[in-house]
Design a protein around this ligand. Structure first.
Ligand SMILES: Nc1ncnc2c1ncn2[C@@H]1O[C@H](COP(=O)(O)OP(=O)(O)OP(=O)(O)O)[C@@H](O)[C@H]1O
Ligand SMILES: [Mg+2]
Length: 110
């Protein structure tokens, strides 16, 4: 099952996403959380201390391949997902693993 949480700024996306991740993990599901926000802050909501979250490595752009097919652009991983998770995921509470898509140097705290 894949779930995406999107919506207006400040409407509770991160709170809902973190709560869903922890609820499913505690129910015994394997959970991979992906923070796609340009100013990521999902980590602390799933139990990763801010210092460890800030020290984590976002997915580097060179493992994302942009492909165009019949005018439709898709972005795919150049490596198997398991390998990306092994290299870049942070361990969070309840066995959740977290991938972060961006880490702007000068973004503010969330
Ligand atoms: N159901 C709720 N009731 C009251 N406050 C809430 C609720 N859900 C979230 N909040 C609070 O609202 C604020 C924004 O929540 P959150 O950061 O989850 O939103 P967001 O949509 O991820 O924001 P952003 O667009 O900045 O990423 C936070 O201070 C959060 O604690
Ligand atoms: Mg958010």
């Amino acid at each position: 099952m894949k779930l995406a949480v999107a919506g207006k700024g400040g409407s509770g996306k991160t709170t809902i996403a973190g709560t869903l991740a922890r609820t499913f993990a505690r129910a015994g599901r394997t959970v991979l959380a992906i923070d796609g926000d340009g100013n990521p802050n999902l980590g602390p909501t799933i139990g990763i201390p801010k210092e460890r979250f800030d020290a984590g490595t976002p997915i580097p752009h060179d493992i994302l391949e942009h492909r165009e097919h019949d005018g439709e652009v898709t972005v795919e991983l150049a490596l198997p997902l398991d390998e990306v998770v092994d290299r870049y995921a942070l361990e969070a509470a309840d066995g959740i693993r977290l991938l972060t898509m961006a880490r702007p140097e000068r973004a503010g705290g969330g």
